[in-house]
Design a protein around this ligand. Structure first.
Ligand code: DGL
Length: 263
């Protein structure tokens, strides 16, 4: 099979990365996609650098079985801690979600906020990537450890989620008008986030990453040669019916069959 016709491998710690799959299915619908969610070990966001890096390498290895032309780490936490390690060993190119999100943040006017998991915010990866592009940028980061469980639970539009979002977003100064959703679970919480901070420009790191994928395909990687819609294969390291139900909300289409793979 030619390189252009090989699939794109996408992984996340859980089902949050399905928001990135949704963006890819809209932008490059003809591509074959393999999604791998490490639901058995979620969350990554409360774990140490060493553990997240090790998990990232294992997820990359599992995806290699499908001989992908590109791997997308659709998890900010794994991108912050495991991207260089996976890039060093992977036979195919690997991209994460932080650089694309940082690029969009650096281009936005004024101070920016970054919300993410404890491990993402603790890594300082967004600050470093934004300041590399604009050293004068003022950045305020807030770790929001309770948001991933709320999203995985499917409480997308709920008073409890509203009050948790408000508590975190109130930590950002009033002059912050742009906020990076530095976790691929957060786009599903947008109704609550928007209610708490109306009129904010939210940067969806997954959506901007899909644009980077499109650019790479336009270049040396090449688009799949068939124009029919590509298939989506979903693999999880642990599955429950609840995940299937909530996963469809992340994907914004029926999730279909889910395969369970051993790590
Ligand atoms: N979806 C992951 C991210 O983007 C976070 C979930 C987790 O804590 O595992 O950071």
């Amino acid at each position: 099979m030619s390189r252009a016709d090989r699939p794109i491998g996408v992984f996340d710690s859980g089902i949050g990365g399905l928001t990135v799959i949704h963006a890819l299915r809209q932008l490059v619908p003809q591509e074959e996609l393999i999604y791998l969610g490490d639901t058995a070990r979620l969350p990554y966001g409360s774990k140490s650098h060493h553990t997240i890096e090790r998990y990232t390498l294992q997820m990359g290895e599992l995806l290699q079985r499908h001989d992908p032309k590109l791997i997308v780490i659709a998890c900010n936490t794994a991108s912050a801690h495991g991207l260089p390690a996976l890039q060093a060993v992977s036979p195919c190119p690997v991209i994460g979600v932080i650089e694309p999100g940082a690029e969009a943040a650096a281009e936005a006017p004024g101070a920016v906020g970054v919300i993410g998991t404890l491990a993402t915010v603790g890594s300082g990866a967004y600050e470093a990537a934004i300041l590399r592009r604009d050293p004068s940028k003022v950045i305020h980061s807030v770790a929001c450890p309770l948001l991933v469980p709320l999203a995985e639970e499917g409480w997308f539009d709920d008073p409890v989620t509203d009050s948790v979002c408000r508590r975190y977003l109130d930590l950002l100064p009033a002059d912050v008008k742009t906020v990076v959703l530095g976790c691929t679970h957060y786009p599903t919480l947008l109704p609550s986030l928007e209610r708490c901070r109306p009129g904010t420009h939210w940067i969806d790191s997954g959506r901007v990453t899909a644009k980077v994928v499109d650019r790479l395909l336009q270049g040396s990687l090449g688009y799949r040669t068939q124009s029919a819609r590509g298939t989506l294969r979903v693999q999880l390291t642990d599955a429950s019916s609840r995940l299937k139900e909530v996963g469809s909300r992340f994907l914004e289409e029926a999730l279909g069959d889910v395969e369970v793979v051993d790590i």
